[in-house]
Design a protein. Structure first.
Lengths: 372, 230
């Protein structure tokens, strides 16, 4: 468990952060630029001081201003991947990695070779740092942070300074990292698509304060997120189990709540979980079972809440059996269909976005887990 | 060196010896002071800054005289050094090295300080998160990053030290074979009737030394710019 409670006040800025996250997992600190995300990770790393508060990681107190405990950054065993990589310019690629390896505390749970394999660093090792592309630099920086044998990995917008192609090159490595090593991660980003790919938990920050936090599926339904990503990006995030391939259509069947959806995900293996995003604007609400429609994905559910989204639209929460969907419909439609909590509905889903593999702790492989 | 007279060779050797030792004496002090001036937060920082730079604005004779007062045989430190370690500074090449070191210290502090100010503190922070303590960071990150600056400072101080005149002649006098460095030899030659030819020869030697010093210093400065990616 990672427990954070921190306050810091400056003349023109106040940080007030509080959240918890089970470990291992990936918590995304999400918010607009300048909302205090970087300040918060710098305090977690120990590079900045907090006025008051505490940081506890897996039972170890790293900071507690009440008792005067403050573990020095060099002793926190927290890996930090900076946006600007901060590779040492006077050292070559391999020397940068060895720098971390030499200073890491036993027990080592990930070896130099394992890191090099995981991030495909082999061909880069003999190079100088200025001979690397942005994406390659970031991979080295991630490898260096891993060789510190961290109990927590902080990633401060590691993809922000990369162009789209380089981002797509690094993102799968981060996914692999999450799935193959049991290192808890704090991932700072203002790009929701990165968060969707990687995070298991979401902490939403606004003007220096953590305004909401929780499991990502649950957070995807809540108002604070909508305020940041806007009405068109709002939608339920669901980790769905792959059931198998439908012989006639060739589509993959996935379980969502009590029902099933058909999606095109040829690489999915039955039993695996994959992350789906169903945008609220792509969900049509019907009070009777519809006929003669081209929309094939439909789920039976019950309205649990109706929230006004703007002057003309409502956000309808529909429980589909332990999982919820969001639908964005006009206020006129809400009135006409007499929607209210408890009403039984059909949710017709126009499109489903696949957002990569879901994180499962069970997927941790032979690389092993950190001792203690 | 057949094309130099024995006296010229001695003066050249003395200059190199004195300047070299003054640089060795300056290096640790200059790095420490540059560090304090860049990173230190203490009362008296401005005063330290001013004291270090005094030799640049004072007449060298004044510096030499001050050294006489402090390090002379009856000076506070001079008498103690003589009594405890049997070290005499006045009229010796050790004294010449000390006078040169004091005169060139500001040059070296300035160069190292500029390098230190250019060091990306983010790299030190990164080393910190990788488990490097303060001394470790200083030795493995800070020093390598400012190394070109340190070398450039040393070369500049060495070149300037070869030509130090006022403070040296005031503090350790003009003794052939002991304290008569190139500029002092040149000055002596000018005092003698018909010494012009000798003076020109010595001036040419000084010119050659100074020019090579500048070139080496410029080369280090270029390395520094490459290292910091500019």
């Amino acid at each position: 468990m990672l427990r954070i409670r921190l306050q810091k006040r400056r003349a023109n800025f106040a940080l007030d952060a509080e959240f918890e996250m089970p470990t291992p997992g990936v918590v995304a600190l999400f918010g607009r630029s300048g909302c205090g995300k970087s300040t918060l990770v710098n305090i977690i790393a120990g590079l900045l001081r907090a006025d008051s508060g505490s940081i506890e990681l897996d039972g170890r107190v790293l900071l507690d201003t009440a008792t005067g405990t403050c573990v020095a950054p060099e002793a926190r065993q927290i890996g930090y991947v900076f946006q600007d990589t901060r590779l040492f310019p006077h050292l070559g690629v391999e020397a940068n990695l060895r720098y971390a390896e030499r200073r890491a505390h036993a027990p080592a749970f990930v070896s130099f070779d394992a890191v090099a394999n995981l991030l495909d660093l082999g061909p880069l090792l003999p190079r100088r740092t200025h001979q690397l592309s942005g994406g390659e630099k970031q991979r080295i920086a991630i490898g260096r942070a891993l060789l510190r044998q961290p109990r927590l990995l902080l990633l401060d917008e590691p993809l922000a300074s990369l162009d789209a192609a380089r981002r797509d090159e690094v993102l799968p490595y981060l996914e692999t990292l999450r799935d193959q090593l049991a290192i808890p991660m704090v991932y700072v980003s203002h790009q929701f698509d990165e968060v969707l790919r990687l995070a298991t938990h979401l902490v939403i920050m606004d003007a220096g304060a953590t305004v909401a936090s929780g499991e990502i599926g649950e957070m995807s339904l809540q108002a604070p997120l909508r305020a940041i990503i806007g009405p068109d990006a709002v939608g339920a995030v669901i980790d769905a189990e792959v059931l198998g391939t439908d012989a006639s259509s060739g589509l993959q069947r996935v379980r969502v709540g009590r029902g099933e959806l058909a999606v095109l995900a040829p690489s999915a293996t039955p039993g695996a979980k994959m992350r789906l995003q169903i945008l609220a604007r792509d969900v049509i609400v019907a009070t009777e079972e519809p006929h003669g429609l081209s929309v094939r994905n439909r789920l039976r559910g019950t309205v649990t809440a109706i929230v006004s989204d703007d002057a003309h639209a409502d956000l309808i929460s529909i429980d589909i059996g332990g999982t919820a969907l969001l639908a964005r419909i006009t206020k006129a439609a809400t009135r006409e269909l007499a929607l209210r909590p408890g009403v039984s509905t059909w949710a017709l889903i126009k499109s489903v976005s696949l957002r990569g593999r879901s994180f499962q702790s069970a997927a941790i492989t032979s690389l092993g887990s950190p001792d203690g | 060196m057949t094309w130099l007279t024995p006296d010229e060779t001695t003066a050249l050797y003395l200059s190199l010896n004195v300047a070299g030792r003054s640089v060795l004496l300056d290096l640790p002090i200059a790095i420490l002071i540059a560090w304090l001036l860049t990173r230190g937060r203490f009362v008296g920082r401005t005063a330290l800054d001013a004291i270090v730079h005094l030799p640049m604005v004072l007449p060298p004779v004044v510096v030499g005289f001050a050294l006489l007062l402090v390090f002379g045989t009856r000076g506070l430190i001079g008498a103690w050094l003589d009594r405890v370690f049997d070290i005499q500074l006045v009229f010796t090449r050790n004294g010449a090295a000390l006078a040169t070191a004091v005169m060139t210290l500001p040059l070296m502090v300035r160069t190292i300080r500029i390098s230190l100010e250019n060091v990306d503190r983010g790299l030190e922070d990164a080393a910190r998160t990788l488990g490097a303590g303060p001394l470790d960071r200083f030795a493995t990150i800070t020093i390598p990053l400012i190394l070109p600056g340190i070398l450039a400072g040393a070369v500049t101080a060495f070149s300037a030290g070869l030509g130090e005149f006022g403070a040296v002649i005031t503090f350790v006098s003009n003794i052939p074979g002991e304290t008569r460095t190139l500029p002092l030899a040149l000055y002596t030659a000018l005092q003698l009737p018909g010494g012009n030819t000798e003076a020109i020869r010595l001036a040419c030697i000084s010119f050659g030394l100074g020019l090579s010093g500048l070139l080496v210093s410029e080369w280090f400065a270029r390395r520094l710019r490459i290292r910091f990616g500019r």
